[in-house]
Design a protein around this ligand. Structure first.
Ligand code: IPM
Ligand code: MN
Length: 355
């Protein structure tokens, strides 16, 4: 198969982790006889610095014309405490999601045997947890207008907007995932307070009728936040709006034991994009210490989305083997054991795949 990849490293540790994932992708392609071509493009703070736009048209066009996008992270502290910055790196990510129509962000949450002890939660609670968070990605508070300040600057507002169509397509996707899994969907909302949530619930109830085999539950977001760490094994597929999904998935990373392990796929109307759920971790940038496994596992999701299951499986096997061998970056290294560099983990994975 021919695979054309858009590679968007972004900021902070993005280039280091994407580098490892790209090396792994290359190794997989040569092993399975795929013809890989790839091109780099700018997004985020590095794009603002170079061309004054966090998501330049050239990047958009490259993504559109590719089979998949491999993305690292965006964000730079020089923008974080500067509320007057006119353009922010995160706008590049949001523009990318919107323009590529990436309305669904699929975030699988699982545990890894060798990491169970890394979670601050008791092993009997997390061991065996296995669910998927499906986060709506192009609507809600992130994109609703109006957004801004009153003229005197003393009042600010964001608007949460969802249309029936936006809800239908994401909730239907959640049911499709559930049909391939344990057939349970948790619809997460705040229908006791928010009008958008009441529409979510109404639309979800209609969609649930199309999937009589699936057990559907409707749960408030605050309650899910609690249950997720109290009894994570009860969940199969969770579907929710943009902001709730952002918050819940950071929380869910505690189950796995490190933010550095969680992969995601953003899918929608055009090219799909594969990205770790963590941010740009600027404190670690350039130090070769960041955990590349979230991005490597995102590459596994990429192959699976391209219909290449065996390729994805081999990547997962390599990741598990590296952890079993103790080849781990500092965030997941066993206490007292040697921590490996990002690039060393990458080299180990490539060697594993080659042999
Ligand atoms: C994520 C990130 C982004 C988000 C930020 C960087 C805008 O936290 O992908 O979860 O909030 O969606
Ligand atoms: Mn987030």
């Amino acid at each position: 198969m021919k695979i054309k990849l858009a590679v968007l490293p972004g900021d902070g540790i993005g280039p280091e982790v994407v580098n490892v994932a790209l090396d792994v992708t290359k190794a997989i392609c040569s092993k399975f006889g795929h013809e890989l071509s790839y091109e780099y493009a700018l997004v985020g703070a590095c794009a603002i610095d170079k061309v004054g736009n966090p998501f330049p048209d050239e990047t958009y066009n490259l993504c559109k014309d590719s089979d998949a996008v491999l993305f690292g992270a965006v964000g730079d502290p020089k923008y974080d405490n500067n509320p007057s910055a006119k353009v922010r790196p995160e706008q590049g990510l949001l523009a990318m999601r919107k323009k590529l129509g990436l309305f669904a962000n699929i975030r699988p949450i699982t545990t890894f045997q060798s990491l169970v002890h890394k979670s601050p939660l008791k092993p009997e609670i997390v061991d065996g947890a296995d669910f998927i968070c499906i986060r709506e990605l192009t609507g809600g508070l992130y994109f609703g207008r109006p957004q801004g300040r009153t003229e005197d600057g003393n009042t600010a507002y964001d608007t949460c907007v969802y249309s029936r169509e936006e809800i239908e397509r994401i909730v239907d996707l959640a049911f499709q995932y559930a049909m391939k899994r344990r057939k349970k969907v948790t619809i997460v909302d705040k229908a006791n307070v928010l009008a958008t949530s009441r529409l979510w619930r109404e639309v979800s109830q209609e969609i649930a009728k199309r999937y009589p085999e699936v057990e559907t539950e409707y749960t408030f977001v605050d309650n899910v936040a609690m249950q997720m760490i109290q009894w994570p094994k009860r969940f199969d597929v969770i579907v929710t709006e943009n902001m709730f999904g952002d918050i819940l998935t950071d929380e869910a990373s505690v189950i796995t034991g490190s933010m550095g392990m969680l992969a995601s796929a953003s899918v929608g109307l055009q090219t799909s994009l594969f990205e770790p759920i963590h941010g740009s971790y600027p404190q670690a940038a350039g130090k070769d210490i960041a955990n590349p496994l979230a991005t490597v596992l995102s590459a596994a999701m990429m192959f699976e989305h391209l219909g290449k299951q065996k390729e994805g499986t081999l990547i997962r096997e390599a990741v598990n083997a590296s952890m079993a061998a103790g080849v781990c970056t500092e965030d997941i290294a066993t206490d007292g054991a040697k921590a490996y560099k990002t690039s060393e983990v990458g080299k180990w994975l490539v060697d594993y795949i080659n042999k």
